[in-house]
Design a protein around this ligand. Structure first.
Ligand code: NDP
Length: 248
């Protein structure tokens, strides 16, 4: 665990597994306090314990990111305890795939709310103290699917494209307060989300990727950690596509 005289508070949604877990560990490695959001305390406990065991500071919160009332309640408690969240990483996401003509209202709404509205809810609740401090980072995790579209993923593609518009608006609205907002758009990354694919599907995907491999969570968390750092002070409103070269 690196020494960090400027210890900041970071909040990561979907921190219990996959990309979010890797982001939480990377931010803790930078010396920040990390607040880990998932639907249950049980799911984030191993990540919180791993950070604490390495000498860092972390706390888990059970919040359904699709529920704005739960987010408001958690953020009020968090701001009461820590004053400010300096680094907000909106990473939690789900898929509920289906062809458009067969997609239910619930599958559309669940994916839009969990992936997109959650980014707006957390930003709205946490940005005011960042403006007072005149320093802040908002990093939203989108997907190459938001750039390319995908048959069977109209809900997910719309949510992930929406994140790009939301983030650019956040960047413009708060640039005057020295808050940056950026998007990281992963390609195919090995996590529970992509474990649903068969080995044949994964091989076919790897062949189609110019760098010839599916990515790892650390491929994504390294960029998030950079964007959270002082080195990224002059970067805002950008989309960082990390996909082995699929989208060029
Ligand atoms: P995982 O399915 O591995 O993990 C999802 C995380 O989100 C878990 O921590 C889960 O917590 C949390 N989560 C899901 N729904 C909710 C909810 N309603 N409230 C609170 N937490 C929730 O996903 P990945 O790590 O693969 O994906 C992370 C992000 O990266 C997502 O936004 C995804 O769309 C994006 N992405 C992933 C790609 C990939 O190839 N894996 C590619 C492109 C983008 P828990 O279940 O413990 O409550």
């Amino acid at each position: 665990m690196s020494e960090n005289p400027e210890k900041k508070t970071a909040l990561v949604t979907g921190a219990s597994r996959g990309i979010g877990k890797s982001i939480a560990l990377a931010l803790a490695e930078q010396g920040h306090r990390v607040l880990c959001i998932s639907r249950s305390l049980e799911s984030s406990a191993p990540v919180v314990e791993a950070i604490q065991a390495a000498g860092g500071e972390a706390k888990g919160y059970a919040v359904d990111v699709a529920d704005s009332a739960q987010i408001k309640e958690a953020c009020t408690a968090i701001l009461g305890e820590f004053g400010t969240v300096d680094i907000l990483v909106n990473n939690a996401g789900i898929t509920k795939d289906g062809l458009m003509v067969r997609m239910s209202d619930d599958d559309w709404n669940d994916v839009i709310t969990t992936n997109l509205s959650s980014c707006f809810f957390f930003t709205r609740e946490l940005i005011r103290p960042m403006t007072k401090k005149r320093w802040g980072r908002v990093i939203n995790i989108s997907s190459v699917i938001g750039q390319m579209g995908n048959a069977g993923q109209s809900n997910y593609a719309a949510a992930k494209a929406g994140i790009m518009g939301l983030t650019k608006s956040t960047a413009k609205e708060f640039a005057g307060r020295n808050i940056t907002a950026n998007v990281v758009a992963p390609g195919f990354i090995t996590t529970d989300m992509t474990d649903k694919l068969s080995d044949e599907q994964k091989d076919a995907i790897a062949k189609f990727i110019p760098l010839k491999r599916i990515g790892t969570p650390t491929d994504i968390s390294a960029t998030v950690a950079f964007l959270a750092s002082e080195s990224a002070d002059y970067i805002t409103g950008q989309v960082f596509t990390i996909d082995g070269g699929m989208v060029m």
